[in-house]
Design a protein around this ligand. Structure first.
Ligand code: ATP
Ligand code: MG
Length: 659
């Protein structure tokens, strides 16, 4: 369990960051939230704060009590009834937003589809009827294994409409991973596609699904979206399989009345990426989740009626659930959805989309930003990015260099950046600037969202003084928190509430709060190294490496060391033009020692072409550790490109620079 204490002692690292970015005055003047009173109000009366915001949603029946908290079990809006698809679609589809684009979709080959709220409403209704026709009832689980196509949010909202929890499985997962998730959730229906595009190649989703289904006998019906026209290449099993477009046409436009569900009714199950081990199915419920995602979307992304908002995440991850689908649509926003990758066909694909679609709010991951940095600023420079007014990041700590690069080369020096800390488990953004008010510091996720109460504690659960590191915990329930791990409530209780008493949620992340109360995320507690008694966050070390002009991306792990207890192994991916030489390895060691202190000098430096990442683009340090320690490589089902591992292993045994 996550009870390690991080005390970096004299190593100031990140806290030396002195740059400050106040909100630009014009941005601040027009921002959705401008009055710092919201923090005070939420502190005085958290439940009242959430209840007031919840009144903005459309309820079928009002709640009796705002919250019931019997740790670790929480219920929000007890007695209330609500429907997520009504809030995300119906209430916009009949009024002024009727003809407003809800989803602006662009496919990898360049095809497009724009769904207005009215059109989205029609599609969601049909899909809901189709599911009912297949016998799906309230409470039944539906697995969705699709590429990033409009049918994906349509299917999710259709499930929500009839009260059937969805479980979206990222389209890049292999059959075995899909089968595991289908079986764990007990789904009876699978929605998939004939294929998907990835860098010009076709991903054989239906074939993967067929293989998965051989090991997942509970599935009775499969609905297949035609995406790539691979009809000839796939087998449709009579009785079990049908085409999406045929089934949708068959049900007609009669409309499907929304099923009012209890606020605590399951909305979805989502399996986490598995950076730290066996995937777990986090269960999110309806009322509190909708409130948390819609309010944070409105305040953190400052969503306005005419914004074109683009979150580049895949809907297969929680970021896509909360901030492509539920949060933005509940606000009646226009969300861009993109099927492809940032470097196909060229390394300026994202910037081309921003320019053509006049994107105003852009939300992506630090790993992507470091990728853009490595490719060079000439790619964004080719495009007019002047429509952008706000930038965001999520998924990992962002190193100050990448933050500043993003600010300058993407944001043109004028866009505030919201570095948003949250987790699959939290459902919603928890620590983040409010862009009209918060003075940002590159590398810090800044301050808790109103009503959220994080703390940094030592191994016994006592708050540590400002300026010190420790375990990040959450001391108060929030509406969008996961309610359990599907089928395994004991694991949920033990993993998240086991360490410091039943009412304290343990995030598993290390953090430090500076003298002004700003939070600096230090990476996972498990990723903290203990070098000769000094505790070093991997984040701090990687940040130092990436601040060297030759390094595009870095991962650091602890390795056994006779004298120091733990030594430091650094894996670096170089920028275009930099050469992997022993001299550079030595220079990097010196560089880190200068930035952080002699204790932080890496023992080994490896140059790699790629770092092993999860499907949600996080570095899998545990695999690097496995390689470093010569253990069998663990569960790799969530690894993007297994070839990366082979290459790293080879580099480990071969052309390494060892001190
Ligand atoms: P698993 O829990 O299965 O190992 P995961 O933690 O990678 O997977 P997510 O829930 O997608 O899956 O990621 C949440 C984690 O990502 C956080 O706990 C934190 O470590 C990291 N993270 C997310 N946003 C930020 C951020 N803005 N700053 C620092 N770290 C972040
Ligand atoms: Mg996690």
């Amino acid at each position: 369990m996550a009870t390690t204490t991080i005390v970096t002692g004299s190593i100031e690292g990140l806290l030396q960051e002195e740059r400050r970015y106040p909100p630009p005055p014009a941005f601040a003047a027009a921002a959705n939230v401008r009055d710092p009173e919201v923090y005070e109000r939420a502190r005085r009366d958290p439940e009242g704060f959430w209840a007031e915001a919840a009144r903005e949603l459309t309820w079928e029946r009002p709640w009796d009590r705002v919250m019931d908290w019997t740790p670790p079990t929480v219920k929000w809006f007890v007695g209330g009834q609500i429907n997520a698809s009504v809030n995300c679609v119906d209430r916009h589809a009949h009024g002024e937003r009727r003809t407003k684009p809800a989803i602006v979709w662009e496919g990898e080959p360049g095809d497009e589809r724009v769904l207005t709220y009215e059109e989205l409403h029609r599609e969601v209704n049909r899909a809901a009827l189709m599911l009912k026709a297949l016998g799906v009832q309230k409470g039944d689980r539906v697995t969705i294994y699709l590429p990033m196509v409009p049918e994906l949010p349509i299917a999710m909202l259709a499930c929500a409409r009839i009260g059937a929890p969805h479980t979206v499985v990222f389209g890049g997962f292999a059959p075995e991973a899909l089968a595991g998730r289908i079986n764990d959730s007990g789904a009876k229906v699978l929605i998939t596609a004939d294929g998907g595009y990835r860098r010009g190649q076709i991903v054989p989703l239906k074939q993967n699904a067929d293989r998965a289904l051989a090991a997942a006998p509970g599935v009775e019906h499969v609905v297949v979206v035609e995406r790539v026209g691979a009809a000839a290449g796939i087998a449709m099993e009579p009785g079990r399989d049908r085409w999406w477009h045929e089934a949708m046409a068959a049900v007609g436009d009669g409309g499907c009345p929304p099923e009012p569900v209890d606020a605590e009714h399951p909305l979805y199950i989502l399996y986490t990426s598995g950076t730290t081990g066996k995937p777990k199915g986090l269960l999110h419920t309806t009322g509190g989740y909708l409130l948390g995602t819609s309010l944070t979307a409105k305040w953190v992304f400052d969503l306005k009626e005419d914004d074109i908002y683009w979150c580049t995440a895949d809907i297969g991850w929680v970021t896509g659930h909360s901030y492509i689908v539920y949060g933005p649509l509940a606000n009646g926003a226009t969300a861009v959805m993109f099927e492809g990758t940032p470097d196909y066909p060229d390394k300026d694909r994202f910037w081309d989309i921003v320019e053509r679609r006049r994107v105003t709010v852009f939300y992506t991951a630090p790993t992507a930003i470091r990728g853009f940095m490595g490719w060079g600023a000439e790619h964004p420079a080719k495009h007019d990015l002047s429509s952008l007014r706000l930038l965001g990041t999520v998924g990992e700590p962002i190193n100050p260099e990448a933050w500043v690069w993003y600010h300058e080369h993407i944001g043109g020096g004028r866009c505030p950046i919201v570095d948003t800390w949250w987790q699959t488990e939290t459902g919603m953004i928890m620590i983040s600037p409010l862009p009209g008010m918060t003075v940002t510091k590159p590398g810090s996720a800044t301050v808790p969202f109103p009503g959220v109460e994080p703390d940094v504690v030592d191994g016994q659960g006592n708050s540590v003084p400002l300026g010190q590191g420790g375990n990040l915990v959450l001391r108060r329930p929030w509406p969008a928190m996961a309610r359990t791990i599907w089928g395994d409530p004991d694991r949920y209780a033990a993993q998240y509430f086991g360490s410091y008493g039943p009412a304290v949620y343990v995030t598993g992340d290390g953090a430090r709060r500076d003298e002004e109360g700003y939070f600096w995320l230090m990476g996972r507690v498990d990723d903290v190294l203990n070098v000769a008694g000094h505790r070093l966050g991997t984040m701090e070390l990687e940040s130092a490496l990436v601040s060297h002009p030759a390094v595009a991306e870095a991962a650091v792990i602890g390795i056994g060391h006779e004298l120091k207890g733990q030594g430091i192994a650094a894996f670096a991916r170089l920028r275009v033009g930099a050469e992997a030489t022993d001299a550079l390895a030595e220079e990097l060691r010196r560089h880190v020692a200068e930035k952080i202190g002699p204790i932080a000098r890496p023992d080994r430096v490896y140059f790699v072409a790629e770092l092993p990442k999860t499907r949600s683009a996080k570095i899998m340090r545990r695999l690097l550790r496995d390689i470093a320690e010569g253990r069998v490589v663990g569960d790799t089902t969530t690894l993007t490109d297994p070839g990366v591992l082979a290459e790293i292993k080879a580099s480990y045994g071969g052309a390494e620079a060892v001190e």
